[in-house]
Design a protein around this ligand. Structure first.
Ligand code: ATP
Ligand code: MG
Ligand code: MG
Length: 379
């Protein structure tokens, strides 16, 4: 069992290939745009179409949840797909996701569904402002969202949303959620093997800039919170009979965690595990789907991850800062695009904050507005 096919040929498939090679795993990726199977780190190498990719693979997985349903069905039919198409579809549809949270009794923001003006008005009544509206399908990086704070803006928000719905495919819809006055955002990345073994990483604190994750930091946290998150992970993955890495994004309100959303795959807020954990999330995902023993998820050292968004180079001096590693994705430069990330580790929180500050000083401030403030706050 050493040939893996990943649905999606982006940076996550690339990092799976990088992590899988030492394990003698042969990782290929199905590029959903070109419909070709490629080598993730050198996509100019092509290996046929999806049918050939499925036939050649021992195991199939996905790097994103918005995979076409007919593609998922074709993969599932082969008996090689992990996690299941059901789990992947739930991650790609906020209505199914909310239903899962309810059935697993995972605390989450008060919400309802909106498909027309009457339901929009009912949502405002039921949830009270402020409300965040999210497209049920296809949203990521904060795209496809509307925030309504003031009742006087309701008409304009509805008109925009109604136009969006009119232009969208029939299965599209809107999920309305009460805005959560969170203290911070954290996520839990964990992994489950077929036999039910589970391992979770330490909670990660996440900061966003304009809806896109900009900084994640893993450091020893409050044991009670970690336990609470672990329980949710266990409940959700058991409900789904899940195999592989799954990420759960939470809002922390006081000492309570509310689930924001789940991602049935390796996750951006788990990139720090490449340097900060005993076994990185990419390797653990591969281990789980190939039915190999899971690796330790223990924190080795406090580690932070900084996303490089819309830039294709950074000052070389960043590499002069101790315990910094660069991870470029070999993607074409585009505003708002995740181009790579920087991991930085240290022996303690204070040293980590100093290194983050040193990095912040070398990066263009416009692209990384959160980083400097975060480092100062973290000190
Ligand atoms: P991702 O790239 O993480 O998949 P996404 O487009 O699926 O993003 P969400 O994670 O649902 O979007 O929302 C993006 C961000 O918006 C959250 O990280 C959080 O900062 C804010 N947000 C979302 N829902 C709420 C809420 N109910 N209350 C307060 N803030 C929210
Ligand atoms: Mg999302
Ligand atoms: Mg999110």
């Amino acid at each position: 069992m050493n040939k893996v096919l990943v649905l999606g040929a982006g940076q996550l498939a690339r990092m799976m290939e990088l992590a899988g090679t030492p394990l003698n795993l042969d990782v290929k990726a199905f590029d959903v745009r070109s419909h070709k199977v490629v080598q993730p780190i050198s996509p100019e190498h092509e290996y046929g179409d999806l049918a050939q990719g499925i036939a050649n693979a021992d195991v199939i997985t996905a790097e994103f949840e918005h995979v076409a349903h007919d593609t998922l069905a074709e993969c599932e039919q082969s008996g090689k797909l992990f996690p299941s198409s059901n789990a992947i579809k739930i991650g790609g549809d906020r209505r199914l996701e909310k239903a899962l949270l309810e059935s697993a009794q995972a605390a989450n923001a008060k919400h309802c569904f909106v498909n027309n003006k009457a339901e929009f008005d009912a949502a405002i009544e039921k949830l009270s402002l402020p409300i965040i509206f999210k497209s049920a399908l296809e949203g990521y990086d904060g795209k496809g969202q509307w925030r309504l704070k003031d009742k006087s803006d309701a008409e304009a928000v509805w008109l925009d949303m109604a136009q969006f719905l009119a232009e969208a495919k029939e299965t599209q819809g809107i999920v309305a959620e009460q805005m959560v006055p969170f203290d911070r955002e954290v996520s839990l990345v964990g992994v489950r093997r077929k036999n039910g073994d589970i391992a979770v990483y330490p909670l990660t604190e996440n900061h966003h800039t304009q809806g896109i994750l900009s900084v994640s930091v893993a450091a020893p946290v409050n044991e009670a919170l970690q336990k609470q998150a672990g329980k949710v992970f266990k409940a959700l993955t058991e409900e789904l009979n899940y195999v592989g890495v799954l990420a759960i994004e939470f809002f922390q309100v006081g000492e309570q965690l509310l689930v924001n959303e789940i991602a049935p795959r390796v996750h951006n807020s788990g990139h720090w595990t490449q340097q900060g954990a005993d076994t990185c999330q990419f390797e653990n995902h591969l281990r789980a789907i190939c039915d190999l023993p899971l690796g330790s998820t223990a924190l080795v050292r406090p580690t932070a991850m900084i996303n490089i968004i819309g830039e294709d180079s950074v000052a070389n001096d960043v590499l002069a800062i101790p315990s910094v590693t660069m991870h470029w994705y070999n993607k074409g430069k585009r505003a708002g695009r995740k181009m790579g990330h920087i991991n930085v580790s240290a022996d303690n929180k204070q040293e980590l904050a100093q290194r983050l500050l040193a990095i912040a000083e070398l990066l263009p401030k416009a692209g990384f507005p959160e980083l400097h403030d975060f480092a100062v706050e973290y000190l």
